[in-house]
Design a protein around this ligand. Structure first.
Ligand code: NAP
Length: 487
């Protein structure tokens, strides 16, 4: 089945094996290219160029050349182009989703959901472009005027991960382009075809040459040019904390403005006054979306000791009912992980926990479909020192601990270097406020398992990042403040 869909998709003009620089398609030079495989079956889907320093410099220069005309357009005109890009994404939702499932693995329905989510950022920022307001301030001396302008920062560079191949790009590019900044994007090498399909549609929507560029290739070379080239005034990264902090260090030389959307270690607390059925629904959504491979996926469950057994039993039924398979099969809930190293990591967390006293309730091994497939897994009796409680698992593993009182739950939730998302379930309004204020995280789902939304500021605290994407804050990341004093 996969091959049939692939050949249909290959004929489609959205499937490109070249990069997009300065409005032109740049093919690989000879054999210097990267193979992209389908994680469901290991088939090679195609190849993309392995570009490096020189091509990245050219992309940055073409963005810099395109900048003056792009920033001069009215916000309304830029918004109209972004809105057309959003419409084109929706018109091609099925093809874009198929390309995404083939290279990333997630269920086709989730890919289609990501395409709509990705397009929603273009729409949001198309509208937000017109609200890059400055302000006037009462002056300190008579006869003076103080005016604050908001101006586009300049050429922006973006590096994005494989787990959300489209939306992590539009969340950045929508904001950058709306603010009047051109962008050069380096997508993850595992999922470049979704990014290149976005470039086809940006071009069709009327984004001028040089304003949106996609370069694939050596992460180190591309990133090093992005952080060392003085034309780049903004670097926006989504990915692991390790790479993000290295980029922050590298961009210090040119004092580039940096946004970092990094890893998480999300807690999910179930209090004894929670609606347990709602908590189980939220747990499934917050844990198993993209087979556990999202930065906001729950990593640690803390369940009050009085409701632990009931919660575990209800959750076990739901976990064991999840259907594992190829994302192109509509009957699939959970899919292969991105590669076998990702599966190894999940199983190493299971091994570490069970060898130190945790109980394996379900799953805990690979499925015979292949080395990237891990069965939905449920562990109880987790202790805070186990690897699964300390590191981002990024897979279909539910790890449950108990707690005794509210203070202990908050302390456990905060006892991590990360602070991206957190979730808790409680029907007590006083507790809801206490816990929401006490948890150190950028985003909190209260009686809710899905929190992402273009209108809300997405981002983390502590080692989970700097800056926000989406919302009004997302546009601010690409604007500079200039103050004028008129005497
Ligand atoms: P990753 O290894 O950090 O890769 C992310 C991007 O960085 C890819 O484009 C990658 O390129 C590039 N890269 C790798 N090594 C680099 C280097 N030395 N210098 C510069 N760039 C480099 O992360 P990932 O495995 O793709 O993504 C998973 C991580 O992203 C998780 O930790 C997850 O929590 C986080 N994430 C965070 C958010 C958020 O909004 N906070 C959203 C999604 C994911 P190649 O692919 O070519 O190696």
């Amino acid at each position: 089945m996969s091959l049939d869909v692939l050949s249909e998709t290959r004929d489609n003009r959205l499937f490109r094996e070249s990069c997009f620089v300065g409005g032109k398609w740049v093919p690989a030079s000879g054999d210097d290219r990267i193979a992209v495989t389908n994680p469901a079956n290991g088939e090679t889907l195609g190849h993309v160029p392995r570009l490096g320093t020189d091509e990245t410099r050219r992309a940055i220069e073409s963005a810099a050349e395109a900048w003056p005309a792009w920033r001069k357009l009215t916000a309304e005109a830029r918004g109209a182009i972004l809105y057309r890009w959003h419409e084109l994404m929706l018109a091609h939702e099925d093809t874009l989703a198929t390309i995404m499932t083939l290279e990333q693995g997630k269920p086709h329905a989730e890919s289609a959901g990501e395409i709509r989510y990705a397009a929603s950022f273009l729409k949001w920022f198309a509208e937000e472009a017109r609200r890059a307001y400055g302000r006037t301030i009462p002056p300190a001396a008579a006869g003076q005027h103080i005016v604050v302008l908001r101006q586009p920062i300049g050429v922006a560079a973006a590096i994005t991960p494989w787990n959300f191949p489209s939306s992590m790009i539009t969340r950045k590019a929508g904001a950058a382009l709306a603010a009047g900044c051109p962008m050069v994007v380096k997508p993850a090498s595992a999922t470049p075809f979704s990014a290149l399909a976005l470039a086809v549609l940006a071009d069709e929507a009327g984004v001028p040459a040089g304003v949106f560029n996609v370069v694939t290739g050596s992460a180190r070379e591309i990133a090093s040019e992005m952080t060392s080239n003085p034309l780049v005034r903004k670097v926006s990264f989504t990915g692991s904390t390790e790479v993000g902090s290295a980029l922050m260090r590298d961009s210090a030389a040119n004092v580039q403005k940096v946004s970092l959307e990094l890893g998480g270690n999300a807690p999910f607390i179930v209090f004894d006054d929670a609606d347990l059925d709602a908590a189980v629904d939220g747990a499934i959504a917050a844990k198993f979306r993209n087979t556990g491979q999202t930065c906001v996926c729950v990593n640690r469950f803390y369940v009050h000791e009085a409701v632990h057994d009931t919660f575990v039993e209800k959750l076990r039924h739901r976990v064991e009912a999840l259907r594992l398979g190829d994302g192109l099969d509509p009957e699939t809930d959970v899919t292969p992980l991105i590669d076998s190293a990702a599966a190894d990591k999940v199983l190493s967390h299971v091994e570490d926990a069970t060898s130190r006293g945790a109980t394996l309730v379900s799953g805990g091994r690979r499925h015979d479909r292949g080395e990237n497939y891990v069965l939905p897994t449920l562990l109880t009796g987790i202790r805070h020192s186990m690897r699964v409680a300390q590191e981002e698992t990024f897979g279909p593993l539910v790890a449950i601990s108990t707690f005794h009182d509210e203070q202990e739950a908050i302390k456990l939730a905060n006892d991590t270097p990360f602070g991206l998302a957190a979730y808790f379930y409680s029907e007590n309004v006083h507790r809801v406020w206490r816990v929401a204020e006490g948890i150190e995280a950028g985003m909190i789902g209260i009686n809710a398992g899905l929190i992402s939304n273009a209108a809300a500021p997405f981002g983390g605290v502590k080692a989970s990042g700097l800056g926000r994407e989406g919302a009004t804050e997302g546009l601010d990341e690409y604007l500079e403040t200039k103050y004028l004093l008129m005497g």
